[in-house]
Write a protein that binds this ligand. Structure first.
Ligand code: ZN
Length: 253
């Protein structure tokens, strides 16, 4: 089965993102996102987009779209901005927390972009960003240089296709690792009940705490499960979080 990925060009429509001397983040993000998608498609990926034109959609809508599509990965492409023009340059990637395959993917993308000539500003945890927090699958947001850095803009324009290739390579590098398989999906099970009401109570409690929880019905049981992870380590990380919050858990596949 091919990997599926949803690519998200940041901002769009009524939201231009950061701007600098008439240049709009939303435009750079869209052009680059489509180029990355074309490369991934040529490598057998099942590629979907949150937008392919200059339209606005809220980050929450984007996250829900990815969840509904049930893609394996979510990568959002942006350009960065700093309060003072030409003060900072480089690439930076953001993830929900510094663990699992999303963290590896973010590091690989940064390294590939560093090879093209960007300064590597590293990977940062941003647990409050909606597209990272509300997506059920591993998600990375890449800030491809600062839009108010002339150095970064020149790099962006002169090496556009290398940059698109670097992001695609960063994504693919991550998936070449042994033990990676999409045939298997791991979930963390927090409870199994005969009584639907008990299951729904636990489900609502987990959702209220922003866990990507859902109800699975079968063989007379209502199972409350969290996440859907292509590699075991992701499920192990989530299990640790749930255990620390006091929930009894098992990993199921
Ligand atoms: Zn942005």
């Amino acid at each position: 089965m091919p990997y599926s990925i949803m690519l998200d060009a940041g901002h769009g429509g009524s939201d231009p993102g950061a701007t600098y001397q008439g240049r709009k983040e939303a435009d750079d993000a869209l052009r680059l996102t489509l180029a990355v998608g074309e490369i991934l498609q040529n490598h057998g990926f099942d590629v979907e987009y949150t937008r392919t034109t200059d339209v606005y959609e809220s980050p929450f809508q984007k996250a829900m779209e990815a969840n509904e599509a049930g893609v394996d990965f979510f990568v959002s492409i942006h350009r960065n901005s700093y309060p003072v023009d030409n003060e900072v340059s480089g690439v930076e990637s953001l993830v929900y927390d510094l663990s699992g395959i999303k963290y590896e993917m973010a590091q690989n993308i940064n390294e590939q972009l560093e090879n093209v000539g960007f300064v590597n500003l590293g990977v940062k945890a941003r647990p409050n960003l909606i597209v990272l927090k509300r997506t059920k699958m591993p998600a990375v947001l890449v800030e491809v240089g600062f839009i108010n850095s002339d150095i970064d803009n020149q790099l962006f324009d002169d090496n556009f296709y290398d940059i698109a290739g670097a992001i695609a390579d960063g994504i693919m590098d991550t998936l070449k690792k042994p033990g990676m398989s999409t045939d298997m999906q791991y979930r963390v099970q927090v409870g199994a009940y005969r009584n639907r009401r008990y299951a729904e109570q636990l489900l609502n409690e987990l959702i209220a705490q922003d866990y990507p929880a859902f109800l699975e019905e079968g063989n007379g049981f209502f199972r409350v499960q969290v996440g859907e992870y292509p590699i075991l380590q992701e499920a192990v990380d989530m299990e640790r979080r749930l255990k620390m919050a006091g929930y009894p858990t098992i990993i199921v596949s």
